[in-house]
Design a binder for this molecule. Structure first.
Ligand code: HEC
Length: 133
């Protein structure tokens, strides 16, 4: 156990302050959450899907950074998924805040470590990992 922990933390250098379970989830953990909750609309590879009910299309989620000048807008994406930021723009995309609850893990958002439910943090890690160059 000890050697696994040290091995895992070694690459993180100065960031290695938290215990292993409290750290940012891996993209593959997020992919599992994605396949369960999001793939029906956004497609298995998050590249968007056919027309949904109501004629709307789910956007290609590998192009979020590309559409935003090369920067992945973490805060905006978190509130989009969570439903928090969409009060004034009700769309087809459901709110997942209630579904994606879990233990809080620190996620760096606009320079501040922000406690975020683990499934949401995992989705964020996954989405960031699939952004097109
Ligand atoms: C019922 C279909 C549906 C499901 C399920 C769904 N989405 Fe969406 N999503 C959409 C649609 C349609 C849009 C675009 C318009 C809107 O916001 O309603 C969207 C927009 C988004 C955006 C904004 C993209 C951008 O470039 O601004 C993100 C991020 C996103 N979805 C992530 C997710 C994640 C993560 C999940 C699973 C937790 C998910 N979606 C589940 C239909 C869906």
């Amino acid at each position: 156990m000890r050697s696994i922990l040290f091995g895992g933390l070694a690459g993180l250098g100065a960031l290695a302050v938290a215990c292993a379970p409290d750290m940012m989830p891996t993209p593959s953990e997020g992919e599992a959450v994605f396949l369960e909750n999001c793939a029906a609309c956004h497609g298995c590879r998050a590249e968007g899907a056919e027309e949904l009910v109501g004629g709307e299309t789910a956007p290609d989620l590998t192009q979020i950074a590309a559409r935003n000048g090369g920067v992945f807008p973490r805060a905006q994406m978190l509130s989009t998924i969570d439903g928090y930021g969409r009060v004034e723009h009700p769309g087809v995309m459901p709110e997942f805040g209630a579904v994606l609850e879990g233990e809080l893990v620190p996620v760096e958002i606009d320079g501040t470590m922000t406690p975020t439910p683990r499934p949401l943090a995992a989705l964020l890690a996954y989405l960031e990992s699939i952004q097109a160059e």
